[in-house]
Design a protein around this ligand. Structure first.
Ligand SMILES: [Zn+2]
Length: 333
C-alpha cells in the first residue's frame, strides 16, 4: 500500500507540478484533467496533501508575519499562515475566547494557533473541497468530535459534518456567517460573509484574492463572472480575507494590463513594502479592491484595449481573456 501511495503521490506531483509550471504540451493537456480529478475528487489527493504538510511542519517558519485584526469591540480575526502561501483564520469572540476557524487544513498549525491565542474552537467553516483548505477535517473530527464543520453541499469537502446550502445563515458565538455560493474555482465553492460585525468581513477562500481571483478549475468564465458579481454587491466597507497570499503576483499582473491606473500602482507599492518585510497583505477593503482588481473591473475600457479586445465584447469575454493571461503569467520573485 505504501509503495502504491508513494507512486500515486509522485504522479500527482508531476501532474500538478506540471500545471504550475504552465506547460502547454499535449501530454499536459491530457494529463492535467486526470491529475486534477485524482487530486480533487479522490482520497489520493489527501495523501498528496499530507505529504505537503509533512514538508512544512508547524515548527517551520510561517510564510508571512501576521497581526490580529480587531474588527469591532468583541471580534478579532487572527490570520494563521500555513504551507507555502495558505491562510486559515481564527474568528474570535474576545468576550468568550471562543473561535471559529476558516479553512484550517494544517491540523498542527491550527492547534498551535489555538494555544497561542488562548481560545477554544467552537466551529469550522470550509470554503471548498481542495485539500489545502479541507485537508484538516479528518483530524479535526478526531480532536474536536463535537465541533461542527460546515462545507458547501455541492462541493462536499471531505470530513464535513454540516452541509450548507447557498444563502444559509450560520450562527456561532453571536456571529452570523452568511454562506454565498460562488462557483467557478470549484462547482460548490462557498464564501462566508460575516455580516454581524461593523465593518463586515468576507472569507473568500480561493474565489477572490487581493488583486485577483481563483483559477477556473471546474466551471466556465460565465459562471465565474456571476460569482464575482455577487461579491460586488456586498457592502463597500467589507474587509476581504483570502485563502492565499497571492497579492504580490496579482498586483504585478494588474499593472501590466491596467498600466495607467493609479490605484493599481499605489496598491502595488503598498504590497511591495509589506512583502519585502514578509508581512501579510490581508485584509483588503472591497471599495478599494474595486479600483485595482482587474477581475472586478471587467467593464473597464482601458482593460479591453490592453487585452486587445474589441470595444463591443462582453465582460465575460474580458474575464476569460484576463484569466487566460494570468494562467500564463510569471511574477517576479
Ligand atoms: Zn482551491
Amino acid at each position: 500500500m505504501a509503495v502504491y501511495a508513494w507512486t500515486v503521490c509522485a504522479c500527482l506531483s508531476l501532474l500538478i507540478g506540471g500545471y504550475y509550471m504552465k506547460k502547454s504540451g499535449l501530454l499536459f493537456k491530457l494529463g492535467f484533467p486526470i491529475g486534477y480529478f485524482l487530486y480533487a475528487k479522490t482520497s489520493l489527493g489527501y495523501f498528496y496533501h499530507q505529504k505537503r504538510v509533512k514538508k512544512r511542519p508547524a515548527s517551520s517558519a510561517p510564510h508571512s508575519k501576521v497581526e490580529p485584526v480587531a474588527v469591532d469591540d468583541s471580534i478579532v480575526i487572527y490570520p494563521v499562515p500555513y504551507l507555502e502561501d495558505n491562510y486559515a483564520y481564527l474568528v474570535v469572540n474576545e468576550k468568550t475566547k471562543r473561535a471559529v476557524a476558516v479553512d484550517p487544513a494544517h491540523h498542527a498549525v491550527l492547534l498551535g494557533a489555538l494555544e497561542k491565542y488562548g481560545v477554544t474552537l467552537v466551529g469550522v467553516l470550509v470554503t471548498h473541497k481542495h485539500w489545502d483548505h479541507a485537508g484538516g477535517n479528518y483530524e479535526l473530527r478526531k480532536t474536536f468530535p463535537h465541533v461542527p464543520i460546515y462545507g458547501g453541499r455541492k462541493d462536499l469537502p471531505a470530513g464535513t459534518t454540516h452541509f450548507v446550502d447557498p444563502g444559509v445563515d450560520i450562527f456561532i458565538e453571536e456571529m452570523n456567517f452568511h454562506a454565498i455560493w460562488t462557483p467557478g474555482h470549484t462547482v460548490g465553492h462557498i464564501v462566508y460573509f460575516l455580516k454581524s460585525t461593523t465593518p463586515p468581513c468576507l472569507f473568500s477562500g480561493d474565489h477572490l484574492f487581493i488583486g485577483g481571483c481563483g483559477k477556473i478549475f471546474e466551471d466556465n468564465p460565465e459562471v465565474m463572472f456571476q460569482s464575482l458579481q455577487a461579491i460586488k454587491e456586498l457592502p463597500s466597507d467589507t474587509l476581504i480575507f483570502p485563502g492565499h497570499e497571492y497579492s504580490w503576483s496579482n498586483l504585478q499582473f494588474a499593472l501590466i494590463f491596467d498600466p495607467h491606473n493609479v490605484n493599481v500602482q499605489k496598491k502595488l507599492d503598498n504590497i511591495k513594502k509589506l512583502r519585502l518585510k514578509r508581512q501579510a497583505t490581508a485584509p483588503a477593503v472591497l471599495s478599494e479592491e474595486l479600483q485595482y482588481n482587474p477581475f472586478l473591473r471587467t467593464d473597464s475600457v482601458a482593460l479591453k484595449e490592453t487585452l486587445k479586445l474589441k470595444a463591443n465584447v462582453s465582460q465575460v469575454d474580458v474575464l476569460r481573456k484576463l484569466r487566460q493571461e494570468k494562467d500564463k503569467f510569471k511574477a517576479a520573485a
